[in-house]
Design a protein around this ligand. Structure first.
Ligand SMILES: Cc1cc2nc3c(=O)[nH]c(=O)nc-3n(C[C@H](O)[C@H](O)[C@H](O)COP(=O)(O)OP(=O)(O)OC[C@H]3O[C@@H](n4cnc5c(N)ncnc54)[C@H](O)[C@@H]3O)c2cc1C
Ligand code: SF4
Ligand code: SF4
Length: 427
């Protein structure tokens, strides 16, 4: 049995010693594209070779992000706090994703949905698959919280001659698809292509994603965090600054974020996920998450015209409440930047309990919580790229990062002794 994460604590590497991944670039989130017929076009599509967020946003929306929430959340035409009136059994939250994907098949709007099921014999190992029926979609409800090489399934959709497809994916998977969608057919064999994907319709249902891990490291995480890792059936990182783990017998275990043993967990995150700047899945047609919502509700961003249509398909089943925000995230950010430079010693247990209490009582809530978490990840990942992959910064850090974290430029410069500014593009 392994005793530690598959990647060394400060290793700059791919994420695991999985043989299947040998030969990949060190920055690779195993999105699955390199398992598909698109492999020869990897250099043009992979966001870790060149991040094309700005040009894809221009293509989709005809504009760049505006100041304000779009810098953090991406471009959207509607932001809503919603939930299913009748939650779907086995869903991660209330099952909006499952219901939407199943409905697209029921109505014949798509011929297949690429999404992530569960590997037989496991609870949490992802199994990318092509669902052709609503029942197959429903069987995929719930998170399998580790990297899912989803895009490898494109070959199956192509072999089946599908022309109308939906994909449920994380930000990196959606970015790869947008990039592939915008390329010409080139040398890739196959039917005449209006794009590299050869599809009439591609509906992209995005889920927010951050700090993903490989399956072996997900198992390591559970063994490290839970008192009973074998009986965990569902878990989620909640907006109340704690992880909730649900067990087979129905009891709930709760671990405050401040109590995580970060010295042991630090090494589990792949270099790619630490170099990722798309937590809210900004290129999807619609993003369905929970980050900006109160407990029990879902946070939804309809981005494109098609995204608005997708949301309308779900509306009859939804109840809504107005978006809200409380607290002031900016107060804690200077301290967070100092902690990026030097992680302080773990405080004793009573002090940690007090911090957790104060986080819940006075910490940011609702949309302010989403802004806080996204800003922290942008700052951390920006620092990571500058530290570990400085030569790649101009290619892989998108423009909105500098805009979103600009308010902290003085704090950043004081702590790190360098400006928080975009390097000059080569060529
Ligand atoms: C690794 C991971 C991290 C996430 N982090 C956040 C976060 O920080 N903030 C936030 O707001 N939301 C996050 N989400 C999304 C959130 O947990 C819910 O999946 C989302 O809100 C949809 O809830 P639902 O009840 O509508 O989904 P369901 O109806 O239960 O459907 C879940 C869908 O997720 C897909 N899925 C499951 N596992 C994976 C995977 N490993 N890769 C790709 N797709 C998968 C399945 O295809 C399924 O269709 C994360 C999801 C994953 C997989
Ligand atoms: S992230 Fe995807 S496209 Fe990039 S190298 Fe890995 S599998 Fe290929
Ligand atoms: S954190 Fe980013 S790179 Fe990693 S799986 Fe999620 S979207 Fe992909």
């Amino acid at each position: 049995m392994e005793t530690g994460p598959s990647k060394g604590l400060h290793d700059v590497s791919l994420m695991s010693h999985d043989r299947r991944l040998s030969g990949r670039p060190r920055l690779c989130s195993d999105c699955g594209l390199c398992d598909s017929f698109l492999r020869p076009r990897m250099a043009e599509t992979c966001l870790f070779v060149h991040n094309r967020m700005a040009e894809q946003e221009l293509r989709l929306h005809g504009r760049r992000r505006q100041d304000g929430d779009e810098m953090h959340f991406g471009i959207f035409r509607e932001q809503a706090i919603l939930r299913m009136k009748a939650p779907v059994a086995g869903a991660q939250w209330t099952g909006m994703v499952t219901t939407l994907a199943a409905r697209l098949l029921e109505r014949g709007e798509v011929e297949g949905v690429i999404l992530t099921g569960t590997m037989p014999g496991t609870r949490f190992q992802p199994r990318p698959l092509l669902a052709r029926t609503p029942a197959e979609v429903r069987a995929c409800a719930g998170n399998k919280p580790s990297l899912s090489p989803l895009l490898g399934v494109l070959d199956e959709a192509r072999a089946a001659g599908l022309r109308r497809l939906a994909v449920v994916g994380t930000g990196c998977q959606v970015q790869m698809l947008r990039q592939a969608e915008s390329l010409g057919g080139g040398e890739t064999p196959g039917p005449p292509l209006t794009s590299l994907l050869g599809l009439e319709r591609l509906d992209l249902i995005g889920i927010p994603c951050s700090d993903n891990v490989t399956y072996p490291d997900q198992q390591f995480f559970l063994r490290t965090i839970s008192r009973s890792p074998e009986t965990v059936v569902h878990y989620e990182f909640m907006q109340d600054f704690s992880l909730w783990l649900h067990h087979e017998d129905g009891h709930r275990e709760r671990v405050n974020y401040i109590d995580f043993p970060m010295d042991r967990l630090q090494g589990i995150f792949p270099s790619a996920c630490l170099s990722c700047f798309d937590y809210p899945n900004a290129l999807a047609d619609i993003t369905i998450g929970y980050l900006g919502a109160p407990l029990g509700w879902q946070w939804v961003l309809a981005r494109t015209a098609r995204g608005a249509e997708l949301l309308d398909l779900l509306r009859p089943d939804l109840e809504a409440r107005p978006p809200g925000a409380a607290g002031d995230r900016t107060r804690g950010m200077p301290r967070f930047i100092q902690m990026l430079a030097r992680r302080p010693a773990r405080p004793p247990k009573p002090v940690r309990a007090l911090i957790a209490f104060l986080q819940r009582r006075r910490g940011p809530q609702g949309l302010e919580f989403a802004r806080a978490i996204i800003e922290m990840k942008l700052l951390r990942n920006y620092r990571y790229v500058r530290d570990k992959f400085p030569a790649l910064e101009a290619r892989i850090v998108p423009y909105h990062v500098y805009e979103a974290i600009r308010p902290y430029a003085a704090d950043y410069a004081a702590v790190f002794g360098e400006p928080l500014a975009a390097p000059r593009q080569e060529g």
